[in-house]
Design a protein around this ligand. Structure first.
Ligand SMILES: Cc1cc2nc3c(=O)[nH]c(=O)nc-3n(C[C@H](O)[C@H](O)[C@H](O)COP(=O)(O)OP(=O)(O)OC[C@H]3O[C@@H](n4cnc5c(N)ncnc54)[C@H](O)[C@@H]3O)c2cc1C
Length: 401
């Protein structure tokens, strides 16, 4: 570990993986600033010229272009031309993490806040696919076309949540289940600056809302007075939307079909879990791992996807739909149901194959945490030890906003 390095001394260097590259030359042809060149052996990126515009990332057929190292001294062209494989990432410890966050800027800060409930640095599941991030930026966004906008809470209720389908046409916009995208609301703030990008979780599987249709879906709640949510909830079919991302490298679905996935959510926090469920249904039907969902709302009318969820078989997804405002019934929150299913959960928590994902409003974290501690207490497990273990091995994930 290089303990004396400060984040300000580090930079993120764009590199091409010589082991995967098929030398098709697409990156060199796409780069607008002439940063990519080649000899008879390798394609290489000039660190002095690369402006991180990401234009070269999407057209690359292999993904070899999407490689990055945090460096103190950039690798020269001569270094890169001599490589048969990429060098390992040098260990700069916390300084490297701080440098990456600074590079990821506005969105990095939003994600850091959303994942702060993990109680430490979030870690991706060991068997998650490698995510692609930051291909499209505010200055170079992707343009998507609205293919659908359906209300998924009752028409007469007070909660207006929409299922939005966005098509990327010819543009490659790769996402994994658990990632988010940024939506750039049109127009300006009162101070004359452009609106901030807002993040929305992808609600569809990696191969699209409709398989291989190069589209994705979102679950968006209209917030009173909110800039982006009202813009999105009012979108009409055929309208164009500016999109950034994809974002998020840790809140990702494990690929291993034997993993048990406990999903705890409220409201639009269900979006990534819709993606997880659809992924498992498509990629690993009959998987040995269990998927179990605790989903809280005030009433069925306010629970996004209430109707479609009834049709998901219990063999694929064990559902606990929990309501806090049913007339004549005691209030029940997700943490209450977690406690009343303690035996079932303790069985799963005892397994190293089990992952916990929590997503939704910030306020839900504390109650869920206490309920999981109670479950453990009743079954000779110690949550204060288990949680950090799960977090460190990429099995405990929080995304709240
Ligand atoms: C990682 C991540 C994933 C997310 N995923 C989702 C998702 O899947 N679905 C989803 O719906 N959201 C999601 N969000 C939240 C989303 O990014 C936005 O924060 C949310 O939609 C509100 O944005 P907005 O522009 O509508 O509200 P803003 O304009 O940012 O306003 C924020 C809040 O202030 C209040 N407000 C502002 N102006 C007024 C006014 N004039 N009168 C009254 N109240 C006012 C509103 O209550 C509003 O909700 C996610 C956030 C993160 C960080």
């Amino acid at each position: 570990m290089n303990a004396l390095v400060r984040p300000s001394e580090l930079k993120k260097q764009h590199l091409i993986d010589p082991e995967i590259c098929i030398r098709c030359g697409t990156c060199e042809a796409t780069c607008p600033v002439g940063a990519v060149s080649h000899d008879d052996v390798n394609y290489v990126v000039d660190a002095d010229k690369c402006e991180y515009c990401m234009d070269c990332i999407a057209p690359c057929p292999t993904g070899s272009i999407d490689n990055w190292r945090i460096v103190k001294v950039a690798y020269s062209l001569a270094d890169q031309l001599g490589w048969a494989e990429l060098p390992r990432q040098e260990d700069f410890g916390e300084a490297a993490a701080a440098a990456v966050e600074a590079i990821e800027g506005e969105v990095g800060a939003l994600l850091e806040r959303a994942h702060s409930g993990t109680g430490g640095k979030p870690v991706a599941p060991v068997t998650a696919s490698k995510p692609t991030v930051n291909i499209f930026t505010r200055t170079r966004p992707a343009t998507a076309t609205v293919q659908g906008n359906y209300r998924i809470t009752a028409q007469n209720g007070s909660s207006d949540v929409r299922h939005i389908v966005l098509s990327f046409g010819e543009t490659l916009f790769p996402v994994l289940e658990g990632q988010s995208i940024g939506i750039v609301p049109p127009g300006m703030r009162a101070d004359g600056r452009p609106h901030d990008v807002r993040l929305y979780s992808v609600a569809s599987a990696r191969d699209g809302e409709k398989r291989n249709a190069n589209n994705l879906s979102l679950t968006v709640k209209r917030s009173e007075g909110g800039v982006a949510s009202n813009y999105i909830c009012d979108l009409k079919i055929g309208e164009k939307v500016q999109v950034t991302g994809p974002f998020g490298a840790t809140f990702l679905m494990p690929n291993d079909p034997s993993t048990n996935i406990i999903m705890i959510c409220t409201g639009t926090g269900s979006a990534p879990f819709r993606a997880f469920t659809e992924r498992r249904r498509r990629a690993a039907p009959g998987a040995p791992g269990k998927m179990i969902m605790f989903f809280g709302a005030r009433a069925p009318e306010e629970l996004p996807y209430f109707g479609p969820l009834q049709k998901v078989p219990e063999s694929l997804l064990e559902k606990h739909l929990v309501y806090s405002r049913l007339p004549g019934r005691p209030k029940e929150y997700v943490q209450d149901r977690i406690r009343s299913r303690a035996g079932r959960l303790a069985d799963l928590l005892g397994s190293e194959q089990t992952h916990i994902f929590i997503c939704g409003l910030k306020g839900m974290e504390a109650g869920v945490d206490e309920a999981l501690a109670d479950v453990c207490r009743g079954y000779s497990l110690d949550w204060s030890r288990l949680k950090p273990q799960m977090r460190a091995t990429g099995r405990y994930h929080v995304e709240t906003y």
